[in-house]
Structure formats: structure tokens, C-alpha cells
Design a protein around this ligand. Structure first.
Ligand code: ADP
Ligand code: MG
Length: 473
């Protein structure tokens, strides 16, 4: 029940209280598109559009936020922040566009996002995405040379290697390298004109220009470019008109010492359906390939992505992903991000079992590199539950069944009993018997203890949710 008439109004009143307590720029950035999802029995669930905002609300502004909520809603007890991807663009009416209500000065608003990229007048181009940098590209044996070549080109455009031709399989980081190089050129000299596009996009522009009979204007526009980046050139195969235009553009830029960077899924000699004169030009500068990353590089990439996401994930989970996804960095990253996102939404922490079940859904096959006893089916016995709890808390199952009274063991034991009781509905007597003939009152006491702790211990709620998920319930 809300004291004010709607979640929206409630959040606006809270924001009014928070706003003077927080730096304006921070307020406009981190409270943008946040909102109340529910307020129930003292628990306020607040939605944030992404992980970063959630992190800031939970950690940096926690005090100010809680003080404001308490002022407006005296029945408030606990705050839960959830990521609501739908909140990111105001398409959920609970999320508030704070710039509308609180930010009249445009210059104060410094939201992170795509930076403006200067484009040659009239050149329609996909902007470079600032998230790709040469700095956040993890270098391994597979990509050392490609990265070094991109670095040289970025610091000496038109002079180091021209053209630079990068090739390699799908999802291995070619687009990342190309865009990062463009970004680096602009970072060194914001006045440079860098154009990035896929060869499909390039084709469409040419077709359009020919349709409008203004291919001359098209040519003139590209003359102004300092660096032309064409991604996935293999799609130019069999498109003769486009190849012709590209050939002229290429020569023009090349003759004027303008940088050209090209990527492809295969080396130039294997590009079928491409004119020989074009293919031979690709070999005039430098050809580098990106290979599959080895295990250590995959693990390093996962660690880097976790840092970017500000997500703490158990190294064991990252190792499991690195072992099981050998073919593509895109898949590697995708699995990690999905695990993080699902865990966020469900208030759990990603576990090996959790990731394995996502992988299983994706591939429709049992992943390898799992321990034999890590069966993904639903937990049915006390032994199953104890095994899962033991894995989660990194203790031995035998210890949980044992008598030790250390707190590192007591907690998992109580949690296991609680989950067997609530998840498998076993009677207290049976649980006692399964735990080496313990009295049913001991079991009851353990379950009550966990239940009580769950009322206020956020970390325990997360543990229980994660383990339940691993139990298949
Ligand atoms: P490609 O263009 O070769 O198909 P992408 O450049 O789109 O591959 O890479 C897929 C994803 O993997 C991107 O999100 C990219 O940032 C990431 N990625 C690939 N290689 C690396 C690397 N070495 N370090 C960091 N991220 C990488
Ligand atoms: Mg690509």
C-alpha cells in the first residue's frame, strides 16, 4: 500500500528530497530513468536502467536515498535495487526522466554514452562506439600482431601501414580493433574525419547514390575523409558496381596518404567474387590475422569484462566459462553478460551450475568440464541438496553432514536443512535422520534460525536464491 497515489509520484517526491544532497551532474546521470517498482511490507523495490546505475544507487548514494525514502515513507524498512532494462528509455511509465523534472540546464547533463564523432559533411556513417578502445582490448598470442598494427596505424594514420587488412573468424574481435583504432585516431586528433562502416552499408550508399544519379557527389564526399574503415569486406563479393566505386575511392584515399582499414572473415587470397585488382591492393600495406584466443587469454578477457561491468563473480565460474566456450569471444562475453543479467534480476550470484544451465539451453548439449557429480537435474535427496550447498559455500559435503560446530560449517548446515525442509518438503524427523540421526528439534531450530535471518540479511537472501536455482527449484 502506498501513502501517495502512485509509484511515479512517490519516486518524484523521494527524488525531490535526494536532489539537493547529491552533486547535480551525478544526480542527473545516476537517477536518470530510475523508478519505484513496488513498495510492499516496508520493502521498496527500485528499478535502475543498468548495472552501473544500480551499483551507484546501492553503494554511493545509499545513505541519501534511504534518508529520503524514510522521510517520505515512514513505514520504509528495506531497499532493493533491481536492473530494469526497460527503464532505459522511459518506455516504462514508472521510470522518471529526471532531466525533465530537475535538469533545465543542458550543459549540466553529462550522461555517458556515444560521443559525438565528426563526420565528413553528408557522409552517412555509423558512429564509432566509444566502448571499443585499444586499451580495453585484451592482448593474447592470438591477437598480438593485429593489436600492434592497429596501434601503429592509430598513432601514424596514413603512414604506418596502408591499407591495414585485419582478418579472422566470427566473434574474434575484428570490429572491436577497427573501431578502437578509429577512436584512438580521434583521441589523438579530434579534427580528423574518421568514417566507419560495414561493407553492406557502403554498398547501400552506393546503390542509393547511383539511384539518385549523384555518384559524383558521393565520390567528393569520401575525398574529405582522413581514415576510412570498412568492416566485413567479404560482403562486397559479386557486387561489381560497388567494387568499382570502392576501387576508385580506395585509390583516391591511398594516393592522398589517407588511412584505409579493412576487415574480412578470410585472407585476401580467399576472397572469392572480388576483383583481382582490388584484392592485390589489399596486400599493399599490412595483412594481420586474429586467431582463436587460448584458455589464458579467454580467462583474462572474462576478468576484464567483469571489471567493466563492476561485477564480482567467483573465479571458478569464469574458469568454467573459459573452458567451455573456446570458439568465439562474442559467445564468451555473451554468456558472461547473460549470467550477470539473470543473476541481477533474480537476486542471485552466478554459479557454475547456473552458467552450465544457460550453456545447455544455448547449445542443447550437456557441457563438458563439469564434475561428474554435478548433475543439472533437480535435487531430490538430502544428499543432492547438501552437495549443492557445499559447492556454493566451498566446504566439504561430509563436513555439512558431520558434527563440526565452526561457524563456516554451521551456516551451510543450517541453510541445507532449511532448503531440504522448504524445497523438498521432508519432515523434520527425516532430515534429522539424514544428518546422522540428529534430533528433529535441532533441525527445526536450524530452519527457524535461517527463516529469521532471512528477514534482514540481504546476503543470505542472495545465497538462498542462488542455491535454490542450482537445486532446480
Ligand atoms: P568480430 O568483429 O571479429 O566478429 P567483435 O569485434 O564484434 O568480433 O567482438 C565480439 C565481442 O567480443 C565484442 O564485444 C568485443 O568487445 C569482444 N572482444 C573480442 N576480442 C576481445 C579482446 N581481445 N579483448 C576484449 N574484448 C574482446
Ligand atoms: Mg565484426
Amino acid at each position: 500500500m502506498l501513502a501517495v497515489s502512485s509509484e511515479r509520484e512517490l519516486w518524484l517526491r523521494i527524488l525531490e528530497k535526494v536532489e539537493p544532497e547529491v552533486k547535480k551532474a551525478h544526480f542527473l546521470t545516476w537517477f536518470q530513468n530510475t523508478g519505484v517498482i513496488s513498495f510492499d511490507e516496508g520493502i521498496m523495490t527500485v528499478g535502475a536502467p543498468n548495472l552501473y546505475a544500480k551499483d551507484w544507487l546501492e553503494n554511493k548514494f545509499n545513505e541519501q536515498l534511504i534518508a529520503a525514502i524514510r522521510f517520505i515513507e515512514p513505514r520504509f524498512q528495506n531497499l532493493v535495487v533491481e536492473v530494469r532494462p526497460g527503464f532505459d528509455s522511459n518506455n516504462d511509465n514508472r521510470s522518471i526522466d529526471v532531466t525533465k523534472f530537475f535538469g533545465n540546464e543542458k550543459k549540466m547533463r553529462k550522461l555517458p554514452g556515444k560521443q559525438e564523432v565528426r563526420l565528413a559533411e553528408g557522409v552517412a556513417s555509423k558512429c564509432l562506439n566509444p566502448k571499443y578502445t585499444l586499451h580495453n582490448y585484451v592482448i593474447g598470442q592470438n591477437s598480438r600482431l593485429a593489436h600492434a598494427a592497429c596501434y601503429s596505424v592509430a598513432h601514424n594514420p596514413g603512414k604506418a601501414y596502408n591499407p591495414l587488412f585485419v582478418y579472422g573468424g566470427v566473434g574474434l574481435g575484428k570490429t572491436h580493433l577497427l573501431q578502437a583504432t578509429g577512436n584512438e585516431i580521434l583521441r589523438n586528433d579530434p579534427d580528423k574525419i574518421v568514417v566507419y562502416m560495414t561493407s553492406e552499408r557502403f554498398t547501400n550508399e552506393i546503390v542509393e547514390a547511383i539511384g539518385k544519379r549523384n555518384s559524383k557527389a558521393f565520390k567528393d564526399r569520401y575525398r574529405k575523409v582522413d581514415c576510412l574503415i570498412i568492416d566485413d569486406i567479404q560482403f562486397l563479393a559479386d557486387k561489381e558496381m560497388t567494387q568499382q566505386e570502392f576501387f576508385h575511392t580506395f585509390n583516391e584515399l591511398y594516393d592522398n596518404n589517407k588511412q584505409i582499414i579493412i576487415s574480412s572473415d578470410r585472407p585476401p587470397r580467399d576472397l572469392r567474387g572480388l576483383e583481382d585488382r582490388l584484392v592485390s591492393r589489399f596486400g599493399m600495406g599490412m595483412i594481420v590475422d586474429v586467431q582463436h584466443p587460448d584458455y589464458e587469454t579467454r580467462l583474462a578477457i572474462l576478468h576484464a569484462k567483469c571489471r567493466e561491468q563492476q561485477s564480482m563473480i567467483h573465479p571458478e565460474v569464469l574458469e568454467f566459462i573459459a573452458k567451455n566456450v573456446p570458439d568465439s569471444v562474442r559467445e564468451l562475453e555473451g554468456l558472461l553478460l547473460q549470467a550477470i543479467a539473470e543473476a541481477e534480476l533474480e537476486h542471485t550470484t552466478p554459479t557454475v551450475r547456473h552458467v552450465a544451465s544457460i550453456l545447455k539451453k544455448l547449445r542443447k548439449a550437456i557441457p563438458f568440464e563439469m564434475n561428474a557429480e554435478q548433475d543439472l537435474s533437480r535435487a531430490r535427496t538430502s544428499q543432492d541438496v547438501v552437495q549443492i550447498v557445499a559447492e556454493y559455500y566451498k566446504v566439504a559435503a561430509a563436513e555439512i553432514f558431520g558434527e563440526a560446530r565452526k561457524s563456516e560449517i554451521m551456516k551451510p548446515r543450517q541453510v541445507a536443512m532449511y532448503l531440504i525442509r522448504t524445497g523438498l518438503n521432508f519432515p523434520y524427523e527425516k532430515i534429522g535422520a539424514d544428518f546422522g540421526g540428529k534430533n528433529h528439534t535441532t533441525v527445526m531450530h536450524s530452519c527457524e534460525k535461517v527463516e529469521k535471518a532471512l528477514k534482514k540479511d540481504q546476503a543470505l537472501i542472495k545465497d538462498i536464491n542462488s542455491i535454490k536455482k542450482d537445486m532446480g527449484i
